[in-house]
Each structure stands twice: as C-alpha cells, then as structure tokens.
Ligand binder design. Structure first.
Ligand SMILES: Nc1ncnc2c1ncn2[C@@H]1O[C@H](COP(=O)(O)OP(=O)(O)O)[C@@H](O)[C@H]1O
Ligand SMILES: [Mg+2]
Length: 284
C-alpha cells in the first residue's frame, strides 16, 4: 500500500481515564496519544493492569473518556445518543477474551450470524442469499455451516467460538476490529489458527485490526506497528521490527525478556461476570 493511501481511521489526543475519586482514584489510562491508519495491524502490549482493556472500552464507546478526545475517520467522534452509538458500531467492532460472554447463550448460532446480515442492511435479502452469506462466513473460518445451525454457542469449544466471532466480523465488515486478548483463553493449537485468521481478515478485507496482548512474541508475529503500554501510559511505539529488535524503553526490554515463557493454556479472567455484562451491552 502506498503511503498516501493510508487513511487515518482512529486517533486520540490526551486520552485519559480515571476511575473513582478521592483516595480511591485509579488513573487507568494516562494522557495517551495515538494515530491508527487503515489496513494496519497494530498491537498494544502491556502487562495485566496497564490499561489496555480500559483503552479499548473507550475506543468502543463503552466507557466514557475522562479527558482528551477520540477521532474516528478524521472527525471528532460523536456518540452522544444510542442511535449514534449504533451507527458508530457499524464501523468499529470487537472480539473479547472470553468468547462465551459475547453471546446471548439462548440465541442459536445461525441467528447470531443472521443478526449480522440484518445489521448490515440485509434484512430484505432472500433467505437463500442469507444462507449463502452465512455459509461463506463459516467457511472463511473453517467451520461447517451445516453443523453450526441449530446449535447453541455453549455447545462449541473455545476455539470454535472465537472462530465464530471472526465469522461474525466477516459479515459485519467494520472498518476497525479491536481484539482484546482473543487467544488468551484458548489452547495453543487453536491460538495459532485464530491469529492466522485475523491476518487473513486483514489481508482480504483491508480491515484495520488492533490486537491487545501481554505477549510480545504474539505482537511481533502478528503486527506491523507495536504500542507499548505501562501503567496507563504509552511508553514506546513504532514498527514491530523497530520496537522488538531495537527497544528503547526499559519496560519494553523487560517485556522482551519474558517472551520465552511457556504459555499457560487456560487463563480464566477473574472478571468473567463483570466482563460479560459490558460485552452483552455492546453486542447490538
Ligand atoms: N470499572 C473499573 N473500576 C475501577 N477500576 C478499574 C475498572 N476497570 C479497570 N480498572 C482499573 O484500571 C486499571 C487498568 O485495568 P485494565 O484496563 O483492565 O488493564 P489491562 O487490560 O491492561 O489488564 C487497573 O488498575 C484496574 O484495576
Ligand atoms: Mg485487559
């Protein structure tokens, strides 16, 4: 892609999030600036508690911004009403750590996919066309559509669920996908498949992807650009090669030292229920 084709998709200036007040105040995201361009695959890397999820929630409009400004497609973002938020979510979508929390568990899988087609204005398409689209989305993520219909989300494995999440994104075709540690709760084998599907999604649709991880190895494998977050601040950013091969911040060097660690295959979120609440709110 030529540099002049790069369109500014998402940017932020002085973005800050403070939870609570007085002596209970937490500065979760501290005055961060960023510029994310179309077609890029960006990783945001930091340890647990560094503010990654809070930043993602602000980008999605699930959490208010305490200070600073976020712009979407070059314009100051306006998500002041429910209607505007829904419109915004046509352009920006997310995949979360716990795929089960993102579904209504009483909704069958084909209706989850059908909702995506309807959301993209396909409500009046013939049933046959809709099935064709769902088939295509399933095959994009190597799932068999015929085996998916009539199943409930909880009947799938974690890896299959995360693939279904990607099938959902394939149908929704947002400009931007935020993926918050999407592989940290699934086994190592499925993890590689999911990462490759994210790459395929970017390559075939030109979607910009922001991948959140605590793992420098994954970030390096996947991304063009890497942002490093420490205690709410962005301490370093640059091309994946620059940041990984020639790190400047001490914190980046420390993260790089942690890379050879063997992955813990099942890493359950302590906030499982809390996370479930906000993801359900967001899935429209
Ligand atoms: N809803 C909340 N209320 C109060 N503090 C929060 C809330 N969500 C996150 N935090 C705090 O903000 C900081 C950053 O958390 P988080 O964004 O989840 O980090 P990460 O995703 O990098 O692990 C942590 O200190 C966390 O305890
Ligand atoms: Mg997090």
């Amino acid at each position: 892609m030529n540099s002049h084709d790069r369109q500014l998709c998402l940017s932020g200036k002085g973005v800050t999030k403070i939870f609570g007040f007085g002596s209970k105040k937490t500065l979760a995201v501290d005055n961060v600036d960023f510029e994310f361009y179309s077609g890029d695959l960006i990783s945001i890397v930091g340890e647990s508690g560094s503010g990654k999820t809070t930043l993602i929630k602000m980008l999605l409009g699930l959490t208010s911004v305490t200070e600073g400004e976020i712009s979407f497609m070059g314009k100051k973002r306006d998500i002041g009403s429910r209607r505007k938020k829904k419109e915004y979510w046509k352009g920006i979508q997310a995949i979360f750590q716990d795929p089960y929390s993102s579904y209504n568990i009483f909704s069958k899988i084909d209706s989850v996919l059908l909702d995506c087609i309807n959301m993209r204005g396909g409500r009046l398409l013939p049933r046959k066309t809709k099935i064709e689209m769902m088939r295509e989305a399933c095959s994009f993520v190597n799932l068999k559509y015929d085996e998916m219909t009539n199943k409930y989300p909880f009947e799938l494995s974690g890896g299959q669920m995360q693939r279904l999440m990607i099938a959902r994104i394939f149908l929704l075709k947002p400009k931007i996908l935020l993926a918050d540690e999407p592989t940290s709760m699934i086994d190592a084998c499925s993890r590689a498949t999911i990462l490759d599907m994210l790459l395929k999604l970017r390559d075939e649709t030109g979607m910009m992807i922001i991948f959140i991880t605590h793992d420098m190895g994954l970030a390096y494998y996947l991304s063009d650009t890497v942002y490093i977050m420490e205690k709410g601040k962005i301490v370093e950013f640059g091309s994946a090669d620059e940041v990984v091969l020639n790190p400047k911040a001490d914190y980046t060097k420390q993260l790089l030292n942690d890379v050879p660690k063997i992955h813990d295959p099942w890493e359950f979120s302590k906030n499982r229920r809390k996370d479930a609440q906000w993801t359900e709110q967001f899935v429209v």
